[in-house]
Design a protein around this ligand. Structure first.
Ligand SMILES: Cc1ncc(COP(=O)(O)O)c(C=O)c1O
Length: 386
């Protein structure tokens, strides 16, 4: 980071000197005429170097890109997509998103391949999940075509931010939908705002594909049994912040939530789904309060294609002892292998070894290879952005 700052600082000085020479050439008695052309090249090259991103050290965070795309739902229909270079949104003070949490978001990624093509992963499934969330909290649904057009446009407009092949980084795509119309009573808005912005991101865990620790705590629930856990609404994430902070303070990567009704079964794993592997079987929780992870769906299909069995069923907490490998899965990290789970109610520890298990590693590498285009996509998950 410091190095980046230094480069930017000195590049800035070089640009100023070059501009000064050009200005002096125009106004002063002394001429540096022969240097004019050279100065222009320096300004161009250095400016480009400043804009160059340090792809290998990108954090999983927000980086400003050139454009985002937006549209409004008014009078019962969606308008045309607009292109914006602003990072801000003008919101009505009584918009339902601000008061009653009518908000949904999605997260997907695009990757640059060895062939320099840009591939986006399972966009249609994110569109469908956002529609399901919209139904769940009574928002206008964004049709498949509009969702896909917005994602494709946002990627194309920001092509230069799609990280190079082999950098470990990717372009994170964030569709966002919320109630923008004003209401004072508790009711759904009549107007909605939908946008897609993108940002280049590095790997979710800087250490790479390394096992992490998870905490089981009965002090907090992420979502109620018949609540909004299966939807991607901002409120679920606000509800998870205190428990996540508790986990971080104890040195854990995140919380492994138990079912909110009985505290008997494994539910969600931080902002990711949980899976366990034993007897050549991929097992993942069945619960109405977890988000249907698109990565999890993909891993199930991959496991089956590798000759494994797959089960989606309630996983009692005692079963944790019987797994050979366990992990969390989601778009951000694909798989975060878990090496240790601690139950803070009784201090019980479940240990899985300090290195990623062979099946988790195989699944992880296979999915990454499909996403980047290194391996053929026989599932129809990947779309090349033309
Ligand atoms: C709560 C929660 N569960 C699971 C996931 C994983 O879903 P996906 O694989 O679609 O990214 C996410 C991330 O989006 C999440 O926020």
């Amino acid at each position: 980071m410091f190095l980046l700052f230094k480069i930017k600082y000195f590049s800035g000085i070089i640009i100023y000197i070059a501009i000064l020479i050009i200005i002096l050439n125009r106004i002063s008695f002394y001429k540096f005429g022969e240097y004019n052309y050279l100065c222009c090249i320096i300004i161009y090259k250095v400016k480009f170097a400043i804009m160059e991103i340090d792809w290998k050290n990108l954090p999983f965070g927000y980086v400003k890109t050139d454009y985002n795309v937006r549209t409004y739902y008014r009078n019962g229909k969606w308008g045309e997509l607009e292109i914006s270079s602003s990072e801000h949104i003008d919101i009505h003070i009584a918009a339902t998103v601000l008061h009653y949490g009518q908000e949904a978001f999605e997260g997907l990624k695009a990757f640059r391949g060895k062939d320099d093509k840009i591939r986006v992963f399972r966009c249609i499934d994110n569109a469908r999940r956002m529609q399901s969330t919209s139904k769940g909290i009574m928002m206008a649904e964004v049709p498949d075509e509009l969702f896909i057009e917005a994602v494709n446009k946002a990627i194309k407009l920001n092509k230069r931010f799609v990280p190079p092949y082999g950098s470990g980084a990717s372009l994170y795509i964030r569709p966002l939908l919320f109630g923008s119309g004003p209401e004072v009573g508790v009711k759904p808005a009549k107007e909605y705002f939908f946008m897609v912005f993108v940002t280049p991101v590095g790997p979710y865990f800087k250490e790479g594909f390394k096992p992490v620790d998870m905490l089981i705590t009965r002090e907090f629930d992420r979502a109620a049994p018949l609540g909004t856990g299966k939807y991607k609404v901002g409120g679920n994430y606000a509800a998870s912040l205190t428990s996540m902070e508790k986990a971080h303070q104890g040195g854990f990567a995140n919380v492994l939530y138990l079912d909110a009704r009985e505290k008997k079964y494994i539910d969600e794993c931080g902002p990711a789904n949980f899976f366990g592997i034993k007897n050549n079987t991929y097992i993942t929780p069945k619960s109405d309060s977890i988000l249907p992870s698109i990565t999890n769906m993909s891993l199930i299909d991959l496991a089956i294609s590798m000759g494994m069995k797959a089960e989606r069923r309630p996983i009692p907490i005692e079963e944790l002892e019987t797994f050979d490998e366990v992990g969390a899965c989601g778009t951000a990290a694909v798989i975060s292998p878990i090496k240790r789970i601690v139950d803070d109610s009784n201090g019980k520890e479940y240990l899985y070894g300090n290195e990623p298990g062979p099946i988790s590693s195989k699944l992880y590498n296979k999915l990454l290879a499909i996403q980047s285009g290194d391996e053929a996509d026989t599932f129809g998950w990947v779309t090349v952005i033309e």
